[in-house]
Write a protein that binds this ligand. Sequence first.
Ligand code: CA
Length: 437
Amino acid sequence: MDGFSAAEWSRNSWVESANDPACGFPLQSLPYCIFAGEDGRARPGVCIGACVLDLRWCKGAGLFEGLPAEIQAACETRTLNALMACGAANHAALRSRLMDLLDTGADEATRDVVSAALTPREDATLLKPVESANYTDFYASIHHATRVGRLFRPEQPLLPNYKFVPIGYHGRPSSLVVSGTQVRRPHGQTKPVAGGIPSFGPTRFLDYEVEVGLYIGTGNPLGKPITVRQAGDHVFGLSLLNDWSARDIQSWEYQPLGPFLAKSFATSVSPWVVPMAALAPFRAPIAQRPAEDPDPLDYLFDATDQYTGAIDLTLEAWLLTSAMRAAAQAPHRLSHANLRDLYWTPAQLIAHHTSNGCNLLPGDLLATGTVSGREDDAAGCLLELTAGGAKPILLSNGESRTALEDGDEVILRGFCRREGFPEISLGECRGVVLPAL
Ligand code: CA
């Protein structure tokens, strides 16, 4: 059933740092990024161990000869969009070539050439990897939906559509920012106190949301849906995503059309896009649904997807406050959850998104929604962790929080671990809160 080759997963690299099983960036991962070269020009790269490999340089050195012209040209562009548009077969061909170039089997001459294209990861300035024309945010964690719903509707936490419809909304691609970008506390309208009029000012309940973003490779023509079975060929890779949220603004504006300005001021993405092939050993059955839950409607059901459509990926949220930073203290872990526990698989999200004929474009970003688990420490945002701001959480240095404060840095981490396999890391997605203007 496992869709990967054992031989592929036993290969090692002559880039020694990649062979530490805990490094997170082994030969089998090769996540894509965009980084600034010495000349300042943005270029595609892949991470191998503690280094970034410059794909533009490799193309110029003739290392991709024999690969389709389309994918060679994509290695000379300034975003990953063209690479994403090349199609699954081309992605596999490039990945295979990169693995051969970096494998211990590569000859001395090849290693010499490739070595010149390696930069230490810590020296590389990582840029926003993709210009997404569209950004959709789903609501695929039933544990998140239930905990949040309970705050507002204790008698009926889940609305009647939840177990049938993968709920989502169209987000704002213009405010997608790469990890490390500071996030300005937004202004907005908040609910009037009894009888008064609403006020306008900086949010008093700034929050984060732990999410995973799926980047679309090839899209679909307008009017032609993608089935659950076909969806795998349309996903290029995964990143971490923080859907910053202003809860007080959100709770006043969200009815009847859903989130708007409470979300669109910033959404952070991690710099690495981990290809789906790197996640093959970590595919998992979809989370068991309670017996009384309905089966997915036919267009959302595929037997193979039910067995292998989920991903065993651990997600953590950490908080580093100004006080912790000043005292050189380690960040405090707020939560840990698993992507496996979502109610819908990535393939179901894509099938639903396109089921009305809506077209996805290369580079489009589909986020899962806050990834939470059943346990209290698996809640992927402060809204859940603090029960709507009612219960402050105590941090490791004695501070407490019900909402993010200016100077707070939220750090998301993601990784796949399985006995007998090297760890696959999604890296980090970080952002510091700046005071309101
Ligand atoms: Ca969200």
